[in-house]
Design a protein around this ligand. Structure first.
Ligand SMILES: [Zn+2]
Length: 220
């Protein structure tokens, strides 16, 4: 599903738990693609093929898996990071995440190529895509969200869903930190809120009013 410009969303269509994935098409040098949160390789209960479904859907949008240059992980829970390891090993992409997620990613079998820090992330050479990495702890200690100011997009990972928030009962979770993260994110100018899971809704909220209403509901 095209969201805006060259940003595509792949809402998880299966029955088992898996994350939503997002792709910035052609934003890296040599027309390579950035994938955010490629999800499970296979889902845990029903063994649904997460990665192959994602790659098939991407191909339909003209996004070749051979040209994935970079994977950004919002955090290193298996339902977000598992496929990154295969994309890294078999397709030669680099994997980037926050340092505070490295231990979890290593436990899942991954190796970090690049560390993300709070601040600007400028992609591409001729045509640039300027993103902002926001350290957004609470659900996981090194959770990041990605803000794209030019199009007012927030990729929220597991901080915020439609009418709910991420869990804080996993190792490194912190409810007070998540409340602060959500309060901070609610002050950004957001037209497209892209959530990490299709809980109760595909997790794609379009329009400033809808996004603000969702923040208001969550913050109660
Ligand atoms: Zn998670």
């Amino acid at each position: 599903m095209n969201i805006v410009k060259n940003l595509y969303a792949y809402v998880w269509p299966g029955n088992d738990n898996n994350c939503n994935s997002f792709v910035f098409k052609g934003v890296l040098n040599n027309g390579k693609h950035l994938v955010v949160d490629p999800g499970h390789l296979f889902t845990p209960s029903y063994q649904e093929p997460g990665l192959s479904r994602l790659l098939e859907s991407m191909e339909k949008d003209g996004i070749s898996s051979a040209s994935i240059g970079l994977v950004i992980l919002t955090h290193a829970h298996p339902d977000h990071c598992e496929s990154a390891i295969v994309i890294q090993q078999e397709m030669g992409a680099l994997v980037a995440l926050h340092e505070a997620e490295e231990a979890a990613f290593k436990r899942a079998g991954g190796k970090v190529d690049l560390y993300l820090q709070e601040g600007a992330l400028e992609l591409g050479s001729n045509e640039k895509t300027d993103l902002q990495i926001l350290h957004s702890p609470g659900h996981a200690p090194g959770h990041v969200t990605i803000y794209w100011p030019a199009e007012k997009v927030l990729i929220a990972g597991d901080c915020i869903f439609y009418r709910s928030t991420g869990r804080t009962d996993f190792p490194g979770g912190n409810a007070a930190a998540l409340r602060s993260t959500i309060a901070r994110l609610s002050r950004f100018d957001i037209e497209y809120l892209l959530c990490g899971h299709p809980y109760g809704n595909p997790g794609i909220l379009k329009g400033r009013d809808k996004v603000q209403e969702n923040f208001a509901y969550i913050q109660g």
